[in-house]
Design a protein around this ligand. Structure first.
Ligand code: VGL
Ligand code: ZN
Length: 197
């Protein structure tokens, strides 16, 4: 059994949003077509309290895209985005969400970010998605969405570590690309055994 994992196709990551990924909306028609063809579809939703510690606004003297050390390691600071219940946190209106059988929210604890759909950024607190997929007998994952170099890459790397066969469809992803992070993420995924198409 296989599943399509659609990562963070939310208003704030699309043009006009708080943390807009260039061309983030262009991938939506292709994702809709792929969803219609998939056995199982999981959507992820970045979902932060308004005082989330990944927001630069919570750190005196810091700006978006600065880095800070957190107890769980280094953390990039972001503009406020995907605040729980806000329009920015909603799925993009063109995304065909009725196909989804599961929606997994992440990043809802103030003190810790969660890029991956499987573990928070401490790499140990589970989101529960692994249990969901395993109990449904799903072993193969295709990943698409936003952003290639953060939430897609972290999710794909965790998934191979957990033993899934993982394909990332890059034409249905777009990157934030901070200091070459897109290319770095693609080579890290390839080295880890993700099929990058
Ligand atoms: C993401 C930065 C902050 C993502 C989420 O979806 O890639 N990036 N929060
Ligand atoms: Zn976030």
């Amino acid at each position: 059994m296989s599943a399509l994992i659609v990562i963070d196709v939310q208003n704030d990551f699309c043009p006009g949003g708080a943390l807009a990924v260039p061309e983030g909306d262009l991938i939506i028609p292709g994702i809709n077509a792929l969803m219609a063809d998939s056995d199982a579809v999981v959507l992820t939703q970045d979902w932060h309290p308004e005082d989330h510690s990944s927001f630069a606004s919570q750190h005196d003297g810091k700006s978006p895209y600065d880095t800070v050390e957190m107890p769980y390691g280094s953390q990039v600071l972001w503009p406020d985005h995907c605040v729980i219940g806000s329009e920015g946190a909603a799925f993009h209106p063109d995304l065909n969400t009725p196909h989804a059988e599961m929606v997994i929210r992440k990043g809802f604890r103030r003190g810790i970010d969660s890029y991956s759909a499987f573990f928070e950024n401490d790499h140990s607190t589970p989101t529960g998605l692994d249990g969901y997929l395993r109990t449904r007998g799903i072993s193969d994952l295709t990943m698409v969405g936003l952003a290639t170099d953060f939430c897609v890459a972290y999710s794909a790397l965790d998934a191979v570590k957990l033993g899934y066969r993982v394909t990332v469809r890059t034409e249905l992803c777009r990157a934030i690309d901070l200091n070459g992070s897109r290319d770095a993420a693609l080579s890290q995924m390839t080295q880890a055994g993700v099929r990058v198409e």
